[in-house]
Design a protein around this ligand. Structure first.
Ligand code: 13P
Length: 252
């Protein structure tokens, strides 16, 4: 059985006092279950604080992006070596907001995934279609291409350890959630793509999350689907109480 992975993506939100308050509230009530993994994906300035505050708890800490190089003349960038050095375990790669506003491409996504594995970080790799692509019936073809390019050159073990987040762009921050059936259809397709590029055994292992307006009210329905193994959550992960409810849903 694949475990459920609930990741809260805070995006560019929160200040120190909010971070401290969140962790204190969340770690006091997160379920202690082998069935679920809980991760917070925070802005760079708060990662060290979060690693310190979550020590000895089940809550894991993720970055929201990184550069693919170990070091060098890349002003303003953060490397996988640095993330590993401070105790971060996961990193979001290829979020649609980075693809749209910060020139992230399938090629840089692939380089960053390789760099994450090189340094023992688990990548949470985002894929998903625009509304225009969905309306043109191009969802599966688009997501298939993104997944294939993202996983290019990885070995089976690395693919099995990659977390793939299916986030339809039209559902992000809009309150519009894909129906659980539609979300599951694409997540199943992603699993087939993983099988095509590796094998059935690896495809069975890979965790595929859904993201896009997930909240406590719809998470049970989404997680009950055959190929949805968790959620990548923006808005509803900002409050500790709401985040805990999402993790509790994953532990059911
Ligand atoms: P929302 O949950 O706010 O729609 O954001 C989803 C997302 O982009 C998570 O990475």
């Amino acid at each position: 059985m694949r475990k459920k992975v609930i990741a809260g993506n805070w995006k560019m939100n929160k200040e120190t006092t909010d971070v401290v308050q969140f962790v204190e509230e969340a770690v006091a009530s997160l379920p202690n279950s082998e069935a679920v993994e809980a991760i917070v994906c925070a802005p760079f300035p708060y990662l060290t604080l979060l690693v310190e505050k979550t020590k000895g708890t089940t809550l894991k800490v993720s970055a929201q992006n990184m550069h693919f190089a170990d070091d060098g003349a890349y002003t303003g960038e953060v490397s996988p070596v640095m993330l590993k050095d401070i105790g971060v375990t996961h990193v979001i790669i290829g979020h649609s907001e980075r693809r749209e506003y910060f020139a992230e491409t399938d090629e840089t996504v692939n380089k960053k995934i390789h760099a994450a594995f090189k340094h023992g970080l688990t990548p949470i790799v985002c894929v998903g279609e625009t509304l225009a692509q969905r309306e043109a019936n191009e969802t599966k073809a688009h997501v298939e291409k993104q997944v294939e390019l993202a996983l290019g050159g990885l070995d089976e073990k690395q693919v099995a350890e990659t977390i793939i987040a299916y986030e339809p762009i039209w559902a992000i921050g809009t309150g519009k959630t894909a129906s659980s059936a539609d979300a599951n259809e694409v997540c199943s397709h992603i699993r087939k793509v993983v099988e095509k590029v590796t094998n059935a055994e690896t495809a069975e292992k890979v965790v595929i999350q859904y993201g896009g307006s997930v909240k406590p009210a719809n998470v049970d329905e989404l997680l009950s689907q055959s190929d949805i193994d968790g959620a990548l959550v923006g808005g509803a992960s900002l409050e500790a109480a709401s985040f805990v409810k999402l993790v509790e849903a994953g532990a059911k």
